[in-house]
Design a protein around this ligand. Sequence first.
Ligand code: UDP
Ligand code: BGC
Ligand code: MN
Length: 395
Amino acid sequence: MAERCTYKMFVSWSIYPRILCRSTCKGSLTSWYPVFGALILVLLLVLQLSMSVLLKTDDRPTDNYVQHVVRKLTELEYANLEAKSVSSNRAGSNIIDLCDAFPHALEGKIEPLSLLKTFPEVRPGGFWRPTDCEPRHTVAIVVPYRDRLEHLEIFLKYIHTILFRQKLEYRIFIVEQATGCTFNRGMLMNIGFLEAMKHGNFSCIVFHDVDLLPEMDDNLYSCSVTPKHMSVNIDKFDYRIPYDSLFGGVVAFSKDHFKFINGFANRYFGWGGEDDDIKRRVDNRGLTVIRPPDSVARYSMLKHGAEAGNKANPIRYFEMKRALEVQNVDGLSSMAFNPNMYKVLDTKLMDLYTKITVEIHKIEVLKVLPTLFPIRPRHPWISSKFRKFIAKEKT
Ligand code: UDP
Ligand code: BGC
Ligand code: MN
């Protein structure tokens, strides 16, 4: 009978011989071989079955699947930051549950019909927080602005509706540059950041052009573990990114990261360059930029021309060359060093936003920096018009 507990029996794949041999093999280890064998077999079968289920993709409903993955990705993207922002929000309140990281109200594509027309719940100054759950993020939305009322009205309608759905605690700051000085988008962002911090303990700041309307409500207006570029695919560029390092339009920074890179550069007057400059600052500090999935990071840009007070800045490429060299000098640091660089003229609590009107003093802004053109440029490729511009800059 002992023979029944041998290899021959092991390969017979049957448990039966093991039962037979139990009485005869008397505890010898070899008597357990068939059991081990059977167990290993069962394990292998289970493994194979689960692998085949996992790898089987043919019969998946593709659209739903893509939607699902996209949503999950966005959800995961933010998951890491939750603990951080939650700890400050939750102090003293454990009565209601934390809002979902990916709230149920999100539908993906925004139907204009679903946009609200009135916002009775928004408190003066454009502040809102959900009442049915504890928000995970406290966000300041900072918008650089001058004379685009038509855009502002549409923007507010979109943004409030979306932020409700995302269950964020937020406040909207419109930073308006008074007339008289060339528009300075970067500096308005810095002023917005500093002023916002006087109104609340925001852990996250979203810097947002007034003419960009998010097309998807699951493009979350909260901060990630690294700075985030949210307006990747814009209708104006046929939903294709014009160049890979683009970092303009809508970007989100944690408060700490924004301080860490010394904010935006203040020295870009007129259109262009300040967004490319801040991207260099981010890279230079070893931070990587995160982007939501392409199908989520979609925006429409409201139509506009080029404003007289915001002409393309002809020296932006020269300024960009010294981006890293002056990173520590030009930015939040210089604003603390020289308080005369700007003046807050007015802070008004409007129904749907806080309006901060500021005056920018160009001479004071540039004074803290080394001269950009120390020697008179003689290069033949510099046009006389440009020479005049530089001469004016130097005075
Ligand atoms: N902006 C403004 N008034 C101006 C110029 C610019 O409010 O006269 C603000 C506004 O938020 C706008 C942003 O600055 O969306 C960027 O300017 P613009 O839209 O002209 O630049 P684009 O990104 O379209 O090239
Ligand atoms: C400008 C940026 C701008 C980008 C896309 C670049 O040339 O420097 O400021 O965002 O073009 O329009
Ligand atoms: Mn625009």
